[in-house]
Design a protein around this ligand. Structure first.
Ligand code: GDP
Ligand code: MG
Length: 312
């Protein structure tokens, strides 16, 4: 089955890939395929696009897809926006904003639905990216709002990160709302058709200069307008140059090594927790925990006691 699976992905069987991604989201995909997906997904370059909701990430990605396609490159997109299941609008919005590519077999956009949010958001988005990579996509773009633990874990698994800000992000506090700006390889001040974009770019530049350690490269800042297309070509070109530089300097390999470590750490944590809860069916955890609380044991002591009682 697994060989056939890989082959159907390799020939870009879109319906098959969609179904597989739904299985991933629903947590019903077979564990056996993890190795296969991982091993065959390493050629694709992962790009994180992160920034606050409404900054124009989806619109920007739509424009970037145009640039990549002109270059003959194929693109997978995984959008992860935890606000969408509640607002209902954003998910649909992502689809619409990238809709001009729906008939193009060289582009596949997957918005992670509310089901994906339950359990292992980061793990699932990694897997979705791997499925897309196995369909032969050259670049996998991850759209995230960049805050929270799961989102951070997603960004830790990309090869380069573009942080998107808007002209209203006029001070340090606002920069922070864009998520972890220290992960940025490139900055974009989008909506530069509105007032204040240059000023934000200057402030950001000063902020980055102040914070830089000796010898650090300061990430470049691009002004774009995703609605008019201004600045997109430049950004695309620079992103490619940076990727090439990372490839030839060994930086990409170094980053992949770190990504692997982070993913193992995450998986280890999940695995141990699962083993703990499933490990001793005869132990009534709820009753044990209640007893520990009544005995005024600290939660640390309680946890240690429970782990120790499993190892007996
Ligand atoms: N004026 C202007 N509006 C933009 C620009 N880029 C995106 N928008 C609009 O901003 C809104 C949010 O865009 P969207 O791509 O969904 O943002 P996301 O939440 O970051 O993905 C939409 O109404 C876009 O049309 C831009 O460069 N200039
Ligand atoms: Mg979006």
């Amino acid at each position: 089955m697994t060989k056939e699976l890989l082959e159907r992905l390799r020939v870009n069987d879109v319906r098959f890939a969609s179904r597989l991604m739904s299985d991933v989201e629903n947590n019903v995909q077979s564990k056996d395929m993890n190795d296969l997906l991982y091993a065959h997904s390493l050629k694709a370059v992962r790009i994180g696009i992160t920034g606050p909701p409404g900054a124009g990430k989806s619109t920007l990605i739509d424009q970037l897809i145009d640039q990549f396609r002109k270059d003959g490159k194929t693109i997978g997109v995984v959008t992860v926006d935890p606000t969408s299941p509640f607002s209902g609008g954003s998910l649909l919005g992502d689809r619409i904003r990238m809709s001009q590519h729906t008939l193009d077999k060289g582009v596949f956009v997957r918005s992670m639905g509310s089901r994906g949010m339950i359990g292992g958001l980061a793990r699932k988005s990694h897997l979705l990216g791997e499925v897309l990579a196995c369909t032969g996509k050259d670049y996998i773009l991850f759209e995230t709002i960049g805050v929270g633990q799961a989102e951070t874990e997603i960004i830790q698994n990309v090869d380069i990160t573009i942080v998107v800000l808007v002209p209203e992000a006029g001070d340090e506090v606002q920069f922070m709302k864009a998520g972890p700006i220290e992960v940025a390889d490139l900055f974009v001040v989008n909506k530069c058709d509105r007032d204040g974009a240059e000023r934000v770019s200057e402030l950001l530049s000063e902020y980055l200069q102040d914070g830089k350690e000796k010898g650090d490269n300061v990430p470049e800042i691009f002004l774009t307008s995703s609605t008019s297309g201004h600045g997109i070509e430049d950004l695309h070109e620079k992103a490619l140059t940076l990727i090439e530089r990372f490839k030839s300097s060994g930086e990409l390999e170094l980053r992949r090594e770190r990504q692997y470590l982070k993913r193992v750490q995450g998986a280890l944590r999940d695995e141990l927790v699962a083993q703990f809860w499933n490990g001793q069916p005869e132990l009534d955890m709820d009753a044990e925990i209640t007893a520990l609380r009544r005995a005024k044991k600290s939660p640390f002591t309680a946890a240690k006691y429970l782990v120790d009682s499993l190892n007996k």
